[in-house]
Write a protein that binds this ligand. Sequence first.
Ligand code: ZN
Ligand code: ZN
Length: 347
Amino acid sequence: MSDKPFDFRLINGLQGDPAVFVLLKRMGEALLFDLGSIDNLGHRDMLRVRHVFVSHAHMDHFVGFDRLLRVNVPHRRQLSLFGPEDFIERVRCKLNSYTWNLIDPDQIRFLVHEVRGDGSVWAALLTNTDKFAAPAARTEITHDHLATLRDGSQVAAALLDHKGIPSVSYKLEAPAILKVRTEKLKSLNLKAGPWLGELQLRVRTGKAHGTLDIEGREYSIEDLSAEMITQQKGRSLVYLTDLSFSPGNLAALKKAFGHASDGISESSFADEDRSRAVDKAHLTSRQSALIARSLGIQHFHIFHVSGIYGQGPQQVAEEARNFFHSLPGPGPELDREIQIELGKVQS
Ligand SMILES: [Zn+2]
Ligand SMILES: [Zn+2]
């Protein structure tokens, strides 16, 4: 099995509605990026989804809400949803558009969050008990730490401009991989045992202090972890869609996400159709490749290719891949390429 902590699937391929199913392999739990049509997602996978991160409420990104609701009604579990300003009201309206006289109190529980432009995050727990009337309240949650998932992965957000409306981009960051240096056991005169699991847990949860009892003797956890444990940065996945190629968006992405190992990015238009991309506040193949490179992404995947390409979305994908492979990594040379592209966008 590979070290990769997550797998993902573009539910509707290169050109269909945006919706990405991400499976966190360690816990079997899943999340969705965007809620375009999810009719192609099987029932079993649907039930693994606990968190849903929506970029914005253009119909092709939100029309799948009804299926999410439909599948979850009998299961009485709480789902967490995230989206931009006004998202709570939108979900409330969707829920209130159905009749609910035959279900039990609290059978539907959606904890809905709004990632707002002033840096705050607001939330409301919408349940059928009070006709989904709970008011939104400001939370302690911050954009750089929206949610912690069961395997320890964290999700952060960047607010971007999409022709005057906010579109949220997300980054999933898997926890660092811990490796035990078993070759050190001998020199420390220790035997492997359950204490190794305890040691790893303490390091993973940021509690690498105090002492650990090993066969009746106390050892400093700090010393043990320094000797025995190495940490390797985990994989991270940026989900990027529906934004214009602008200095403000580029700066916001860099600031919020820094670097990432994997990226799923819209690439709505071919490079030669730049003026269409500007008009619709979307990215071209070249622009998506420039952004991916600026975030240090190594594994680059594109989707949300415009319907104007008919049967030929593969060509746009190919073009994006070629740009990606020919561009340099983060640095002055890449910055120059970005400036050239910004010049073309603004002219
Ligand atoms: Zn879109
Ligand atoms: Zn859109």
